[in-house]
Ligand binder design. Sequence first.
Ligand code: NAP
Ligand code: GLV
Length: 309
Amino acid sequence: MTLLLLGEFENPEIWISALKTYQPELKIEVYPNFTNSSEINAVLAWMPPLGVIEQFPNLKVIISTGAGVDHILRDPNLPANIPIVRLVDGSLTSQMSEYILLAVLQYHRQFITYKTQQNQGLWQGLSPRNTANCTVGILGLGVLGLDIAQKLKMMGFAVRGWSRTPKVLDKINCFSGEEEFKLFLSECEVLVCLLPLTPETEGILNQNTFSALPQGAYLINVARGKHLVEEDLLNALKSGQLSGACLDVFQIEPLPKDHLFWTHPKIIITPHIAAKTIPACVAPQIIDAINKSQAGLLLNHTVDVSRGY
Ligand code: NAP
Ligand code: GLV
């Protein structure tokens, strides 16, 4: 049984060592250095090069090294009927919630303005804001969206969420589908994007969406760069429709050196680190997926390819 690491891996050795801790006899190869394509039974992938996965006739499972799978599904030649598994992991979830909490609180407690005042040597308190009056809207109420929605609720924020299918959650105002999108947006002082990237959600952070938010709303995009129409964000910041944005993901990554976002005074940038997979944390579920797929057993966290997530 052979696992192939395919695509972008910062440090394949760390992955190999984490996986071998749980299954020392597992043969692991790193693309493009593999011996025999018919020996590959499992692929562990991040941004796999297009057209490669279809070359393995005995493949039983494709595993994403992250929560998202858009980087796999973009391959038009993926073999049909090979299950795709994504990661659902406590460390990913808590990292993501920490990041969003930090971004929401930075905005809500006006740290961005206080930093500017510090630079000017200005000692001046701003009017305090009532947390219960601050509505945070979460686009996507899946594994990650639900966790941060509950944590923000515990902190006293008014929380609402939007998903594809209807949900009922305690003290979280739930909206679903296109029909309820504008209603959902109408009170979001902070909008957090935690949607998977699919044909339906690509470009969803656009001028129409921004204009349906209360004036001066704050945007946090931690999902994918292609959710955001970057020019529309610049225009919304210029007009004051949005007061600022915290962005972890971008249309092109790494963000090009000459991109306007780098120096924009109302934009905070991080390099796609909101929730980074820790190999040692996820190795057991990867080994489990490989073994179950070989044994023909039901897999956890499989992707519904027709939905795109
Ligand atoms: P998930 O559990 O699959 O949840 C996805 C949520 O989005 C679900 O609530 C789903 O609705 C909703 N959704 C999907 N399509 C929709 C549509 N067309 N309209 C409305 N709602 C829609 O995903 P997750 O684990 O929370 O992860 C979300 C995304 O975060 C990933 O796909 C990935 O791109 C991103 N991510 C980013 C980082 C980072 O470091 N920046 C790290 C990890 C993940 P239903 O509940 O009705 O199905
Ligand atoms: C990271 O972006 C992930 O999808 O886990």
